[in-house]
Design a protein around this ligand. Structure first.
Ligand code: DGP
Length: 144
């Protein structure tokens, strides 16, 4: 199968262009991180390259390296902000791989001993709750 072309109307492209709001955690020249609006755990974050790429199959190597570095930063911040015991990093590619939004992203999920991830319900989390979680992560990033 050949990978389909990047579609700049995907929801994350709109977030990157500022057309749709998000709870931003971090930004640098190549990457952007914000909270997942349907979190499987409190603090569930997403890390994206700013340059367009559909997923890991078409991303440029320097964008992938930048996203990986930011993913590590966010993972460390999650450990502090959510007093986590561990972190799960997940990255889905194409429908068969579980991808739903077609701009490359890494999920970064706080984990606590014995606590399973929540199932995906399709329900958006409370906006004030997300705002509080984003603030905690931005604060934790100051020490990284
Ligand atoms: P994936 O299945 O790997 O493509 O994950 C897509 C994730 O994106 C999923 O966990 C829900 C999240 N999501 C979908 N729409 C929005 C949105 O409008 N804003 C934010 N912040 N997250 C979204």
């Amino acid at each position: 199968m050949t990978t389909p072309q990047y579609d700049d109307q995907n929801i994350f492209a709109k977030i990157l262009r500022g057309e749709i709001p998000c709870h931003k955690i971090y930004e640098d020249d190549k990457t952007f991180a914000f909270l997942d609006v349907m979190p499987k755990a409190d603090g569930h974050s997403l890390v994206l390259p700013k340059n367009p790429s559909r997923n890991i199959l078409d991303v440029a190597e320097d964008d992938l390296n930048a996203v990986t570095a930011t993913t590590q930063k966010i993972a460390k911040a999650i450990m502090i902000a959510f007093e986590a015991d561990g972190v799960t990093v997940q990255q889905n590619n194409e429908p068969a791989g579980g991808q739903e939004v077609y701009h490359l992203h890494f999920h970064v999920l706080p984990r606590h001993e014995g606590l399973p991830l929540r199932p995906q319900t399709g329900k958006m989390a409370d906006n004030d709750l997300l705002a509080g979680h984003a603030e905690k992560l931005r604060e934790a990033l100051k020490s990284i």
